[in-house]
Design a protein around this ligand. Structure first.
Ligand code: CP
Ligand code: NVA
Length: 300
């Protein structure tokens, strides 16, 4: 089984991975050595801090051997075809975890490798991030019936949160500038998969989205690879900055979430990022616990 989209886990699989992640966090020793001798390849076509380190540590804690591969060495689709990279690595590795620009490359890898392929972020989704996001939200309140406001770009992180939330009973209100809403096919899929009671609202009004929400989530205005659009985006996204005034419209116990890295002063102010109800570093920590749970699910 692969994890290209968070929906690949299915409703029960997702609930199981989140339960394992919580159990692993509470008692890391219980899974130590559980994947002894397995080899986990971690490939990066874009920069990474959290994903690279949390996945490497997670694999090592489980007794697996993490191997970090970089685009300048592998040359995915340049030095050789994506299919041949998959066929080759499949002979050495038990898990192929890839961060790529083009989601289609993950599909090609999965088509040509028997080992599980894990999406470590593509232009379309960031499913491992959604696992940590849901784990962090579940630490604050039950997922079923929760409402998250996502303010900003309807990007990869937003897509996986919409889909994972829909499977977990979490309603999403997304507010983006015109032209930057999440992809219609993702919204449609999330609605089709939505657990009973889940509402998915896509709009342009940040105040309306945040009002009474249980969590407020934002991400960078320009994702990796969109650096050339950064100035134009900064102008358009200005009204979508999560500051104390906007965060103050959320519920009294609302938490603040961000996948990080944050561009403080752009999509979020220091006051909100460092707020007593900000959970951004718990989220970063949970990437490690969630990845352990995922490895156990896919390769255990
Ligand atoms: N949240 C996240 O994926 O961070 P990195 O890009 O640092 O891995
Ligand atoms: N949306 C961001 C997330 C980084 C973790 C990006 O793709 O760059």
């Amino acid at each position: 089984m692969d994890l290209l989209s968070v929906t690949d886990l299915g409703r029960d699989g997702l609930a199981e991975v989140l339960a394992t992640a919580a159990a692993v966090k509470a008692d890391p020793a219980r899974v130590a050595g559980r994947l002894a001798g397995r080899k986990v390849g971690l490939f990066f076509e874009k920069p990474s801090t959290r994903t690279r380190v949390s996945c490497e540590v997670a694999a090592a804690d489980l007794g697996a051997v993490p191997l970090v591969l970089k685009q300048d060495e592998v040359g995915l689709g340049k030095r050789e075809s994506v299919a041949d990279v998959a066929r080759t690595l499949d002979r050495y590795l038990d898990v192929l975890a890839f961060r790529v620009f083009h989601h289609g490359d993950l599909v090609t890898l999965a088509d040509h490798a028997d080992a599980p392929v894990i999406n470590l972020l593509s232009d379309l989704e960031h499913p491992c991030q959604a696992l940590a996001d849901l784990q962090t939200l579940a630490e604050a309140r039950p997922l079923a019936g929760a409402t998250v406001a996502f303010v900003g770009d309807g990007n990869n992180v937003c897509h996986s949160l919409l889909l994972g939330g829909a499977l977990s009973g979490v309603s999403l209100r997304v507010a983006s500038p015109p032209g930057y809403a999440p992809a219609p096919e993702i919204v449609e899929r999330a609605r089709a998969l939505a657990a009973p009671g889940v509402a998915i609202e896509i709009g342009e009004d940040p105040q309306g989205a945040v009002r009474g929400a249980d969590a407020v989530y934002t991400d960078v205005w320009a994702s990796m690879g969109q650096e050339a659009e950064a100035a134009e985006r900064r102008r358009l996204f200005e009204p979508y900055r999560v500051d104390e005034r906007l965060f103050g419209l959320a519920g009294p116990a609302a938490i603040f979430l961000h996948c990080l890295p944050a561009h403080r002063g752009d999509e979020v102010t220091d006051e909100v990022a460092d707020h007593e109800r900000s959970r951004i570093f718990d989220q970063a920590e949970n990437r490690m616990h969630a990845f352990k749970a995922l490895l156990l699910h896919l390769a255990g």
